[in-house]
Design a binder for this molecule. Structure first.
Ligand SMILES: NC(=O)c1ccc[n+]([C@@H]2O[C@H](COP(=O)([O-])OP(=O)(O)OC[C@H]3O[C@@H](n4cnc5c(N)ncnc54)[C@H](OP(=O)(O)O)[C@@H]3O)[C@@H](O)[C@H]2O)c1
Length: 302
């Protein structure tokens, strides 16, 4: 099998509630602009290229796409691109969106949504995606305060049929326990990748023990965060990549998938060649020695 013919099925699968997904998915944040996400002067991404990347992802077997209504640049909206490229949606496609943060039409960040405002954010996603219900909605938070009221508001929207399954993003372990006392949580979407701290590792394990999917973001971008991946990577990541004849980005993705069957990847790219590589990373096997070397790298070094 060549890189071009490997499909997302090779990464294995996981079930979010009752929705089966391949472990290699796709993050839509990079589609709407070139370069740094959310930058005020971002150059909008090429519309045709973005649409072809989304369609190619589906051809490659991707059936889990992560998005948000606040993923937009001056001229492109991730949700609108997904709708334009993929509707009518394949039956097996799971679209995960997130609420909490918001931006005004000029792109400036708004205060996070109150419990009451969350319904409007859910409806905004429904309108943009052209759907009557959302498959998975993550409550994306900042800080350590109680999430009970906001998660409770989303649980009511789930009961009302607007949402199939709920998840959480950017959370600490106590938030997961707090939410689970209110409604089932199918996934946690947190920053994670090579160089993760012992606390992050422990939380990843906790999610696995509870049957909750752990869905890392910035697992390629790392400390580059919104700005994206650095062109130079850690020398040990490069050495493992050379040994497999693949890129450092693919090793980063493969490493996260090796952390447990409940770990799902949602790499973001607007580049068709990177998309193919990222899907192929789901078929990469790493040896125990390689896992040990990569697992011992610390944040400052990567
Ligand atoms: N819940 C949250 O708070 C949160 C926060 C951030 C992101 N997210 C979600 O998580 C997804 C993943 O995060 P992300 O997109 O920032 O980070 P990522 O997947 O870790 O990395 C994306 C960066 O790596 C580059 N890249 C992707 N594939 C590559 C490859 N094969 N080779 C070399 N470079 C590659 C991309 O540039 P190119 O476009 O040039 O490929 C971009 O700069 C997002 O798309 C979004 O859906 C969630």
């Amino acid at each position: 099998m060549t890189t071009e013919t490997i499909t997302a099925a090779a990464s294995g699968s996981w079930t979010l509630g009752d929705l089966a997904v391949h472990r290699i998915g796709f993050g839509a944040m990079r589609l709407t602009q070139n370069g740094e996400a959310f930058a005020a002067d971002a150059v909008p991404g090429d519309r045709r290229r973005a649409i072809s990347v989304l369609r190619r992802a589906i051809e490659l077997g991707v059936n889990h796409i992560d998005t948000a209504a606040f993923y937009f640049s001056s001229l492109r909206s991730a949700n609108e691109l997904i709708n334009r490229a993929l509707a009518p949606y394949p039956d097996d496609l799971v679209i995960t969106t997130k609420v909490g943060p918001g931006r005004n039409p000029s792109g400036e960040w708004l205060p996070h949504a109150t419990p009451k405002q969350l319904r409007g954010q859910v409806e905004e996603n429904l309108r943009q995606l052209g759907r009557d219900h959302l498959d998975v909605v993550n409550l994306r938070i900042v800080g350590t305060d109680s999430i009970a009221e906001r998660f409770g508001a989303l649980a009511e929207l789930r009961e009302a049929g607007l949402i199939r399954h709920l998840g959480l993003s950017n959370i600490r372990p106590h938030h997961l326990a707090e939410a689970q006392a209110i409604a089932p949580v199918v996934c946690v979407q947190n920053m994670y990748g090579i160089g993760a701290s012992p606390e992050q590792e422990e939380f990843l394990r906790t999610c696995g023990e509870q049957g909750v999917a752990f869905v890392p973001f910035y697992s390629i971008a790392g400390t580059g965060r919104e700005a994206g991946a650095a062109t130079d990577d850690n020398s040990q990541v490069h050495a493992v990549a050379r040994a497999h004849g693949v890129s450092a980005a693919q090793i980063r993705l493969a490493w996260t998938l090796h952390r447990g069957p409940h770990v799902l990847a949602i790499p973001g790219t607007g580049n068709p060649a990177h998309l193919t590589q990222n899907v192929a990373a789901g078929a990469l096997g790493l040896s125990e020695d390689e896992l040990t070397v990569l697992g011992s790298l610390h944040h400052e070094a990567v």
